[in-house]
Design a protein around this ligand. Structure first.
Ligand SMILES: Nc1ncnc2c1ncn2[C@@H]1O[C@H](COP(=O)(O)OP(=O)(O)OP(=O)(O)O)[C@@H](O)[C@H]1O
Length: 295
């Protein structure tokens, strides 16, 4: 099983630096979400990993070795600009890409049939690609990236334009691949989705890694302890407790930051003394909040 290391890569266009010493890993069996603002260099990074673009500086290694063209053949890539042939039949197209990546015809056909079924496209196998909706074309693109059973999967915005059901389907396929030990790296703007899907995260800003690591440790690292309390009457008194910062107050419900857990417990004790408590708990920060903090 392989590990992808990206180390200190830099790349500029016409004198403007886009990547400026970016480093991160994509580990076997883990789904790594790659997030950053528009134009932050996600596509550029992926293109460098795939050898479609050269880095000005830095290295990318796979299993500790520089990546050769032969090794790249065993990677799967779903580019942002989707590259399907509109006049080709769906199944033929996937088989064709399988063969391009070195599969024999029988294996390419077998893998294609399995993927079409998995992505719920079996009935469309003989349709021309151009006859498919954009969402279905995207599913075909996922098949193309997977047909040769890649050792590493890199997907640029694989979920954009998919409806919720299609998202679940594609997500299931990616999880399967990860479960077999493949590192899966994907970029996305849909933070809730990244949050739900990823094991690890890389947040890029200013051409560098602004934050990276597994989801849970990122959450605890980047946020102060936040709590929610719902009482029976008015919760306004929480504002007067020292050390507490009220984030949101709406009648009986209050969300607050406390400097530590003991303080939060004191707020709870106060609440109980004042009357019934309907709910109390820690609020898990969303990725969107972490994102705002680091970018
Ligand atoms: N071939 C190129 N020539 C000139 N500039 C480029 C080229 N490729 C990328 N850029 C510039 O590099 C910057 C980063 O682009 P990139 O597509 O990598 O960002 P991104 O994070 O993928 O953005 P988005 O989320 O909008 O897709 C942009 O300002 C873009 O205009």
């Amino acid at each position: 099983m392989g590990m992808l290391h990206v180390r200190e890569i830099s790349r500029g266009f016409h004198g403007t630096k886009v990547l400026d010493g970016l480093s991160f890993d994509a580990a076997p069996g883990r789904i790594t979400g790659f997030v950053g603002a528009n134009g932050s260099g996600k596509t550029t990074t992926m293109r460098i990993i795939l050898g479609l673009l050269a880095a000005d500086r830095g290295t990318v290694t796979w299993q500790g070795e520089p990546i050769t063209q032969q090794v790249r053949q065993r990677f799967g890539y779903m580019p942002e600009e989707r590259g399907l042939y509109p006049k080709m039949k769906v199944a033929d197209q996937i088989i064709y890409f399988g063969q391009l990546h070195g599969l024999d015809l029988a294996t390419a056909k077998r893998n294609t049939a399995a993927l079409l079924e998995r992505l719920e496209l079996t009935g469309r196998a003989d349709d021309l690609v151009e006859r498919l909706s954009l969402g279905n074309q995207q599913r075909v693109q996922v098949c193309v990236a997977l047909v040769h059973e890649p050792e590493l999967l890199i997907l640029d915005e694989p979920f954009s334009g998919l409806d919720p059901l299609a998202i679940e389907t594609v997500l299931g396929v990616l999880r399967d691949r990860a479960a077999r030990g493949v590192p899966v790296l994907f970029s996305s703007h849909q933070l809730e989705l990244v949050e739900r899907l990823c094991d690890d995260l890389v947040i890029i800003s200013g051409g560098r890694t602004a934050a990276s690591g597994d989801r849970e440790s990122l959450r605890s690292r980047f946020t102060t302890p936040r709590f929610e309390l719902v009482v029976d009457g008015d919760a306004g008194w929480v504002r007067d407790m020292s050390g507490v910062t009220v984030i949101d107050l709406d009648g009986a419900r209050v969300v607050f930051d406390a400097t530590d857990n003991e303080l939060a417990q004191r707020v709870l004790t106060q609440a109980v003394e004042r009357g019934p408590v309907r709910a109390f708990g820690a609020v898990v920060p969303s990725l969107a909040e972490i994102f705002r903090e680091v970018i």
